[in-house]
Design a protein. Structure first.
Length: 550
DNA sequence: TGGGTGGCCTATACGCTCAA
DNA sequence: TTGAGCGTATAGGCCACCCA
């Protein structure tokens, strides 16, 4: 028993020391012992906990990587939704936002908290009686995935809060991979013959979605807390800034570059300062976040849709590159809209290789005077969506081609036709988009069906290995076969089936988000679609005929 | 009544992990 | 090896509503 009590005492002491040095190293960036000394403390604790499993507690620093790999992530319902933020892309838009909120708070004094908009992964962390109990992804804002085991491996995230904390509270933060850690990780992966990560954000996102937290533990992630989600049994402070100070006093890590300011000019100054220095930051940031400091003012302004009125993200200018516009393709959307997209000479922008980009509509192409063959300026809007900004006129070649949807789709009869079903396209006066009016157009059907299935929340696995639903349209056999380069025997098989069952064509569609067109295939046999699924589809797709069995 | 605004929907891109 | 699922995000269009 004496042994047991002595061990218990030693374990408590070791945990205290390790937590203290963790905080010095990972949060305050001021280590006081060497890595070897730290490892020795941790090894001793692990050894004692192995010998005395009854003394193990979930908040022990030795248990950061103790969990068994999961089969799947559980769902966590957020007690308060995690909202997204409205964006400003220029100072004018920031001033508009300022004008709106001052109008809603007439005569009131306002101040702002400026923070960096981290390029990482938003998470919500719940502490009960000071112990980290749940960590979840943002998900759809209402519910996210339970990634507690993975978040526990982040060294700068305390498993136990310090100081005078509420009985239960939730903080929100951004998990990210610091640039130097990202480079080091990629060097190691290269050395080990593993594929390297494209950019820190995706590497961080992938890391926290590991089923085995031991893998996550090898990814040197970091976290900044940026808000208190909610708290129980406690008096909340009056301002966001004080709230951050409070969270900091519980030993949670904040971004040291946060700043409290009193005027819009000071907000703009903060922005200008960090636009200048963004490349020198130890982490990726894609802008700043400006929040109204007073919590009662925040409360009164509330939220519009999924965005609080009291905060805005002011984005840094996107990273740009130039490349060749090889061609303009046209895709057909669910509602029949014909959407032009740029086919580009692959180019590396902001951490990824861009090959295509949406061009939205013909008017937009005209407005920007973008021509096939041009050298174009490309950026990733919000550092995500590829976007063609403008042509580089000095580099325009004499043979560059002005694009027109009608010309592109013009057939031998002089009229313009849908690239998928060959129906004549239409454009309503005053509207930006051209349409394929054929409700039975295979491309529309594919999109429509996918949309329907996802909206219904149907279990598409029940329909076969993939989304594979059999339905029929008329008079499209040849066009569809030509379009998808089908072999004659495959076509014959389908025609045969169609004739036999009284329909002209039998199509099974397999959808893939990564390779949509190349994977729209025609089934060699009819898939079974039965029971309620068949009934729902028959009802929703009444204009089509559904074959429910082979 | 017309312009402005907000909300919602649709459409787009790509990376990573996991499972089959 | 492939595709699903999840993650990140913005632009454009349309419609309803509000206010001058």
């Amino acid at each position: 028993m004496t042994d047991y009590l002595q061990t218990q005492e030693r374990i408590l002491e070791l945990r205290h020391q390790i937590n203290h040095h963790n905080r010095l190293y990972y949060v305050l960036d001021a280590p006081k012992i060497s890595d070897e000394e730290y490892d020795a403390l941790l090894r001793e604790l692990q050894k004692l906990e192995n010998e005395f499993p009854s003394l193990v507690t979930p908040d022990s620093p030795a248990q950061r990587v103790g969990a068994e790999p999961l089969k799947t992530f559980g769902i966590v319902k957020h007690r308060k939704p995690l909202l997204s933020l409205a964006n400003a892309f220029c100072k004018e838009e920031l001033r508009e936002w300022h004008k709106r909120i001052t109008k809603l708070l007439p005569g009131e004094k306002i101040s702002f908290v400026c923070e960096h908009k981290m390029d990482g992964l938003a998470v919500a962390l719940t502490y009960e009686n000071g112990v980290l109990t749940t960590g979840a992804t943002r998900g759809n804002g209402d519910e996210g995935e339970n990634i507690t085991n993975n978040l526990r491996t982040i060294r700068s995230l305390p498993l136990t809060a310090l100081g005078n904390f509420p009985q239960r509270f939730e903080v929100r933060g951004e998990v990210f991979l610091p640039k130097t850690n990202f480079d080091k990780l990629n060097r190691e992966r290269e050395r080990d013959g593993l594929p390297i990560f494209a950019n820190p954000r995706n590497a961080a996102a992938g890391s926290v979605r590991q089923l085995d937290s031991k893998v996550t533990a090898r990814r040197p992630l970091d976290i900044f807390i940026y808000a208190l989600g909610w708290a129980e049994n406690d008096q909340l402070p009056d301002s966001h800034w004080e709230m951050l100070e409070q969270v900091k006093s519980w030993s949670l890590k904040l971004n040291p570059n946060n700043r409290l300011v009193d005027t819009l000019d000071a907000v703009e100054q903060y922005y200008d300062e960090w636009v200048e220095k963004r490349d020198n930051l130890p982490y990726e940031a894609d802008g700043i976040v400006v929040k109204l400091n007073d919590l009662s003012q925040q409360e009164r302004l509330g939220a519009a849709s999924r965005e609080p009125r009291w905060a805005i993200a002011f984005k840094f200018p996107a990273h740009q590159a130039t490349t060749q516009l090889k061609d303009i393709g046209i895709s057909v959307g669910r509602t029949g809209t014909l959407n032009p997209y740029a086919i580009l000479e692959p180019v590396f922008v902001g951490g990824v290789v861009i090959k295509q980009a949406s061009l939205h509509n013909e008017d937009d192409i005209r407005r920007k005077d973008i021509r096939i063959g041009d050298t174009v300026v490309l950026q990733r809007a919000g550092d995500v969506i590829p976007q063609v900004i403008s042509p580089v006129l000095e580099k325009r070649k004499a043979n560059s081609l002005v694009f027109s949807i009608e010309d592109k789709l013009r057939g031998s009869d002089g009229a313009s036709h849908c690239p998928v079903c060959n129906e004549r396209i239409v454009r309503t006066e005053g509207e930006a988009m051209y349409y394929c009016p054929n409700a039975a157009c295979p491309a529309q059907l594919a999109e429509k069906l996918e949309h329907f299935v996802s909206k219904q929340g149907m279990d598409i696995r029940g329909l076969g290995e993939r989304l594979a639903v059999v339905f029929m349209a008329e008079g499209l056999v040849k066009d569809v076969a030509d379009l998808y380069d089908l072999k004659p025997e495959q076509l014959a098989l389908r025609e045969g089936m169609g004739e036999k069952s009284g329909y002209n064509i039998v199509v099974a569609i397999e959808r893939s988000r990564t390779r949509p067109l190349s994977n729209i295939i025609f089934a060699l046999g009819i898939r079974h679609v039965g029971g309620e699924t068949a009934a729902i589809l028959a009802r929703e797709f009444g204009s089509l005929k559904l074959l429910s069995e082979a």
